[in-house]
Unconditional design. Sequence first.
Length: 317
Amino acid sequence: MAIARTRRFGFYLVPQFSFIAFINALEVLRVTNRVAERTLYDWTVVSLDGAPVEASNRMAALVDGGLKEIGAVDALFVCASFEPQRYCDREALAQIRRLGRHGSELGGLCTGAYLLAKAGLLDGYRCTLHWDSQAGFAEDFPEIEATDEVFEIDRDRFTAAGGTAPLDLMLTLIALHHGHELALQVSEYLIHERIRSPQDHQRLTLRSRLRVSHPRLLDAVSLMEQSLEAPLPLETIAKRVGVSKRQLERLFRTYLGGSPARYYAEMRLRRARMLLEQTSMSVTDVGVACGFVSASHFSRAYRGLFGHSPRHERLPT
């Protein structure tokens, strides 16, 4: 029986990367070697310039060297987090492209997909990234299919949302490389109850998020979430879920403590805040994208919810 070769993975740490996403991916490889009692995986960790990198939790991670000196790897995983657009360094993107040209599979953890997309390496691929950054990603890369799944494997591209999602991605890759039995043993060693599949969604269900179970109310909120750019009249929402407008208003007051109009407006304003933080869209364009008919209306509503104007989000911190 042939001895499985050692696969070498690289992890490129972007400033403010998600420590939990990185460590979940790395620890799976370490435990796999322990369970298998041989080195199935080796890894190297790099930064752009070879210096330690501070994660979003303010912990500094030591690295093995710079991205330019990484050499051949079977796969390179870009580890990012908040505001990935700030770290699309031209040299970094060039080095990631170089590795792709030389046959490395490419992955993104948390918001690492943003850098892969910026480098032109996700064209024609399906991907995912943390749900909090998906609105901005969709605006910047409308032609790329970004899903809300826990992770995506599309040919030689591997992407996972933040948190514990990279753990499931790595376990799935281990199953592909070495069989499902080994992946299950590693999962059990990590006290990970179930290896999630690409069909699992990142976010809790509406029922869990809202902590309500009324089916018509859940249907109404789902319709609102699907219609942020072109808000539906409350009469239309009520008709589609099978209640009167008055009944809809009563449901929202009873279960969510306010009117459906207010709930819908706040939902659109929170999406606007995400777009202001994650994209370079103008304030006016953000307002239009979130269903506000005029800049003045958008500004008044925004100030009413957040206590400051939309332009305040663009001020340097």
